[in-house]
Design a protein around this ligand. Structure first.
Ligand code: F7E
Length: 284
């Protein structure tokens, strides 16, 4: 399902053009969601739709809540109305842990979200559990920690760094402006994580699972790894600006994926270093 836009923004799925069928829709429009459920009768629905940028969610809190929180409810309710056998995957997020209650974070760690985005994801998480408990929908929450790839959106920190580095290497620019370099994240490879999401949907019973690598690295460590790989010193190419700081920050995330390992047989395959290098290679 895609939103209508006056410019094409589908370069990241162009290579799949002949294998998939796109339909117009929007998580803000329940009549379309119901109509699509009735006409397509899907076996599985993956809800990856969101206003997914944490910083932007402070600028557009109401829109973020409408799409991320209520949008999830609209989709679940379309399933309830049309076909309770349809399986449902909810993209829950490590941002729900926010100001973390424990380290590392598991499926049982209490939530303390720190942004309108994180708060909205907590609603999405609980409404997914609620439809499972109340109506018996096969609905799962994949609590995914940050997952990256060369297709990562250009204003998330990893891709911003590797795109900027590519431009620096080509002599097109001198530096990259960033915000908080001390924040720590558990960064994994998106392809590994999507395989885990698919596995969650093939079980006998629906449940919630953390997908993570179990390792945490600061933004500065990402810079060191990326610039070090091409033989440059990040300090001469990075500036920091107040405007990129968040009103409330998530300082440290690191996930414990033991449950996914034992119940889904899932494990991340790509290491932090391999991920950084893959992204640098793609953008240089
Ligand atoms: O920020 C810091 C920033 O925007 C990571 C989304 O996919 O993962 C993502 O959320 C860290 C933060 O991702 C810049 O302050 C420094 O501490 O790449 P990010 P995120 O906020 O962790 C979770 C799991 C999701 O669910 C979200 O949808 O990096 N940082 N300087 C910066 N971040 C950005 N974007 N830009 C900077 O210049």
């Amino acid at each position: 399902m895609v939103r209508r836009s006056s410019t094409f923004n589908r370069s990241r799925i162009d290579h799949l053009r002949n294998d998939i069928e796109l339909v117009y829709g929007d998580l803000g429009d329940s009549s379309v969601l119901n109509q699509l459920m009735r006409s397509i009768r899907p076996d599985e629905v993956y809800n990856l739709g969101a206003q997914s940028h944490v910083r932007v969610s402070f600028d557009m809190p109401e829109y973020t809540a409408d799409v991320v929180a209520v949008g999830t409810l609209r989709l679940l309710d379309a399933i309830r109305e049309t076909d309770l056998r349809c399986r449902f995957y909810q993209a829950s997020s490590s941002e729900m842990f926010g100001k973390v209650a424990e380290v590392p974070q598991t499926e049982e760690t209490p939530f303390h979200p720190r942004s309108p985005y994180g708060v909205s994801k907590v609603f999405g998480h609980w409404i997914t559990r609620n439809y499972r408990e109340a109506y018996g929908v096969y609905a799962v929450n994949g609590i995914l920690f940050n997952h990256e790839s060369p297709r990562r959106g250009e204003n998330f920190v990893t891709r911003k760094i590797t795109l900027g580095l590519g431009a620096i290497l080509r002599g097109e620019r001198e530096s990259i402006e960033l915000g908080n370099l001390d924040a720590k994240r558990d960064w994994g490879y998106a392809r590994d994580y999507m395989e885990g999401a698919w596995r969650m949907m093939q079980q006998e019973r629906p449940d919630d699972y953390v997908l993570a690598t179990g390792e945490t690295h600061s933004v500065q460590e990402f810079l060191e790894e990326a610039f070090g790989y091409v033989g440059l010193d990040w300090r001469t190419h990075v500036t920091t600006g107040e405007r990129l700081l968040r009103p409330a920050e998530v300082d440290l995330l690191v996930g414990d994926y033991s449950k996914a390992r034992s119940e889904l047989g899932w494990e991340p395959k790509v290491t932090f270093r391999e991920l950084v290098r893959m992204m640098v290679d793609a953008d240089r």
